[in-house]
Write a protein that binds this ligand. Structure first.
Ligand SMILES: C[S@@+](CC[C@H](N)C(=O)[O-])C[C@H]1O[C@@H](n2cnc3c(N)ncnc32)[C@H](O)[C@@H]1O
Length: 445
């Protein structure tokens, strides 16, 4: 079993770029060859065009034939090229077909210098794992995911976040895993796949066994449930007693997973008070979206590159948002982003909590102070990237321009297929909301 130091060291290292390279083993090399093939096909079409042109020039038949011939060749070259790169089936949605027709329009980030917010850690550290580790993990996780007991986990986690939770838990190898928000038990099952023998503590108002009456659910044999009539909220738990019961002396050996739609600042303060260090938050909503205050929202500040917003209707941001909204269901335009008094922070100036059953208007100063507090306790902030680009997954909900680059980038259909991702129902890719892993410690004095 790894020592505490090992667990910390494995999770930490100096900052690495979030972009993924193609060094993902043999699969990535194969993919590179495919792309070379695509290029040679294009070159072939162009050389035919040149030969035809030369012939017509020599023979003097320059006239409408030349013009129409060239137009047909160029159009067919473009069609063949985009088909080879995108590989979307004829049955895919009109939405994606439209994107393909316009040559990936809507996929690429046009937020440009506006960027997206990012939380800064105290010493610029980030996680140890690389894009190569994620690719290897994906290869292993797809067959595991196929055996999940709850096939349709609507309102719970989809593929991206299930992979992220499994990957992080397996990397950190904690001695105890805690989850808050179990629903039918899918995330409990994911934790169990990552760590077959590690105890779990699960808090949820409704016991997952209740769902068994109506359909598939998962109840774990090595899990202590604080659920149903025994439910206790994370903030009211006697964690000292639970740790003692599980023989945990070192709280940095515990992984806590939140999927309970509570204000994340509240949860962070409760976790710090209890002494936990490794935290995963499932729904890390972007500014202007979601039913609870999130880290993404808290870190969205004018002084962070890409942070802060303009509510001016004729601004670049307004134009970009208006355009993105046509492509992506969950994208928000400037009208939705900004509340009364041009308040854009949180969700329209509100700090939402408890599935938006409670919310509170906060001033910009409050919000700014929240961000400073967060920065003072953050050792690591790492947003899980989506597993694959939208031209591959056919997801139509989240705007890829507001997410980190995917593990399998658009156009890499061969890799997507080899990983077994093409066999999954497309609906499992619709739930991505920037799941985040945090490592935290008390502020330095
Ligand atoms: C989105 S679901 C969780 C999905 C689950 N993690 C999965 O992957 O399938 C949110 C869950 O949080 C539960 N919940 C609501 N309030 C809670 C609280 N204060 N503490 C813990 N769980 C809570 C809900 O009852 C619901 O089961």
């Amino acid at each position: 079993m790894a020592t505490t130091k090992n667990m910390l060291e494995r999770a930490l290292s100096t900052r690495r770029p979030a972009q993924f390279t193609d060094d993902g083993g043999t699969t990535a090399d194969d993919e590179a060859n495919e792309e070379t093939g695509d290029e040679s096909k294009t070159r072939k079409h162009i050389s035919i065009a040149v030969r035809v042109t030369n012939y017509l020039t020599r023979t003097g038949y320059l006239c409408p034939i030349l013009f129409f011939g060239l137009v047909i060749i160029i159009i067919s070259s473009l069609v063949f090229r985009s088909r080879d790169l995108v590989c979307i089936s004829a049955s895919s949605s009109d939405h994606i077909s439209r994107l393909r027709f316009f040559g990936f329009d809507g996929l690429e980030s046009d937020f440009g210098s506006l960027g997206v917010p990012w939380c800064r850690s105290k010493h610029g550290k980030t996680v140890e794992w690389t894009s190569k580790d994620l690719l290897k993990g994906l290869e292993e996780f797809v067959p595991i995911y196929e055996t999940r007991p709850i096939k349709n986990n609507m309102y719970g986690m989809g593929f991206d976040h299930s992979f992220g939770l499994w990957f992080i838990a397996r990397w950190l190898k904690p001695d105890l895993m805690i989850e808050s928000g179990a629903f039918k038990g899918h995330s409990t099952w994911v934790l169990r796949q990552a760590m077959p023998n590690t105890p779990i503590v699960s808090l949820s108002p409704r016991h997952p066994e209740k769902y068994l009456k109506k359909g598939p659910a998962y109840v774990d044999g090595n899990c202590t449930y604080f659920a149903g009539k025994d439910f206790v909220d994370f903030g009211s738990m006697n964690w000292g007693r639970v740790m003692k019961k599980h023989g945990i002396n070192d709280l940095s050996r515990v992984l806590v997973f939140f999927d309970d739609h509570q204000n994340e600042l509240k949860r962070l303060k409760q976790a710090l008070k209890a002494g936990f260090k490794h935290l995963i938050f499932e729904d890390n909503y972007d500014t202007g979206t979601g039913d609870h205050y999130s880290f993404r929202q808290i870190c969205d500040q004018f002084y962070i590159r890409g942070g802060g917003h303009s509510c001016f209707r004729d601004s670049d941001e307004a134009r970009i948002r208006y355009r993105r909204k046509k492509f992506w269901e969950k994208a928000v335009d400037i009208e939705e982003l900004c509340g009364p008094g041009e308040a854009w922070w949180g969700v329209r100036g509100q700090m939402r909590d408890d599935f938006n059953h409670s919310n509170k208007a906060i001033s910009y100063l409050d919000h700014f102070q929240n961000s400073r507090f967060l920065e003072s306790v953050l050792d690591v902030y790492w947003e899980l990237p989506p597993v694959a680009g939208p031209s591959l997954t056919h997801q139509t909900r989240y705007d890829p321009a507001r997410a980190p680059s995917p593990v399998v980038e658009d156009g890499r259909y061969g890799l997507f297929r080899r990983l077994g991702l093409s066999t999954l129902d497309t609906s499992v890719f619709n739930g991505y909301t920037q799941m985040v892993y945090l490592q935290v410690s008390e502020p330095e004095s």
